[in-house]
Design a protein around this ligand. Structure first.
Ligand code: ADP
Ligand code: MG
Length: 266
């Protein structure tokens, strides 16, 4: 890439899909955990007002005062909002209910699409990766994440409507790249909640690969009850039950992501 395009500091990857319940938060938490286990320094940003990533990592509500809302809307220094997690090498900027108003408040802000990019410029460059867990919409918060990012990772649930809405998402990414952030690339698309006993899962996976080709990671995340149990213990599934198929799949996904990062960053 031309020198001007290469930004110093951490690689910023946003986990995006405007649909809820497709595995964004699960993917962000476990990808982050696996990267940290590989010795990478990871910062997770919880950009969803529901705060599922914060909850899933056991961050108590009382410890979410200094949150991403304060950073984006009140100009709090991002370093002051970073909280440790139980995972060595992984920190989080939590979200709180305050963030639910941000979508509307941001409309009247100056540089409203660049608030997050501006905030992240103040980040210590000790991080290798920043992973952003986006809300289930393509509103201003997600737009801020796309503008601040080097790459997007899209989780797609293996269900009948998987491809519905995808072209809108891909067009949004294209428009952001053209108008607001020329750096933006698609890291990849990960198929989630794959059920091998269900023929539909197989058909959807084949369909998605037919449309998106090698943008789709070869790793597929299986539907696994251990994955759905883990958040109530405040732990990533990789910590909750490292041997289960869901945890193993996320470990494989992390190695694919790192491999692509090496070629994207080159
Ligand atoms: P999103 O962030 O896109 O809304 P989540 O990651 O929160 O999606 O996942 C939605 C729900 O599905 C959560 O309850 C989560 O625990 C569960 N879930 C996610 N991935 C899997 C999986 N592979 N197997 C079983 N349950 C899963
Ligand atoms: Mg979520």
């Amino acid at each position: 890439a031309p020198a001007a395009m290469v930004r110093q500091g951490p690689r910023i990857i946003s986990v995006v899909n405007q649909k809820g319940g497709v595995g964004k938060t699960t993917t962000t938490i476990n990808l982050g955990t696996a990267l940290a286990a590989c010795g990478k320094s990871v910062l997770l940003i919880d950009l969803d007002p529901q705060g599922n990533a914060s909850t899933g990592l056991g961050i108590p509500r009382t410890a979410r005062e200094q949150d991403i809302y304060a950073v984006i809307c009140d100009g709090l220094d991002i370093g002051a909002a970073v909280a440790p997690t139980v995972i060595p090498g992984m920190s989080i900027v939590p979200s709180s209910v305050n963030l639910s108003g941000a979508e509307i408040e941001l409309v009247n802000f100056e540089r409203r699409e660049y608030r997050m990019q501006d905030a992240l410029a103040g980040l210590a460059d000790s991080y290798d990766y920043v992973l952003v867990d986006c809300p289930p919409s393509l509103g201003l918060l997600t737009l801020n994440a796309l503008v601040a990012s080097d790459a997007v990772l899209v989780p797609l649930q293996c269900e009948f409507y998987a491809l519905e809405g995808l072209s809108h998402l891909l067009n949004t990414i294209k428009r952001v790249k053209k108008n607001l952030n020329p750096r933006l690339e698609i890291q990849g698309v990960v198929l989630t909640m794959f059920d091998r006993r269900n023929n539909l899962s197989e058909a959807v996976a084949a369909d998605v690969r037919g449309h998106l080709g090698d943008k789709v990671y070869s790793t597929v995340i299986p539907r696994n009850v251990r994955i759905s149990e883990a958040p109530s213990h405040g732990k990533p599934v990789i910590v909750y039950d490292m041997r289960c198929p869901g945890a193993q799949a996320y470990i494989h996904l992390a190695s694919e992501v790192m491999k692509r990062e090496r070629s994207l960053a080159a």
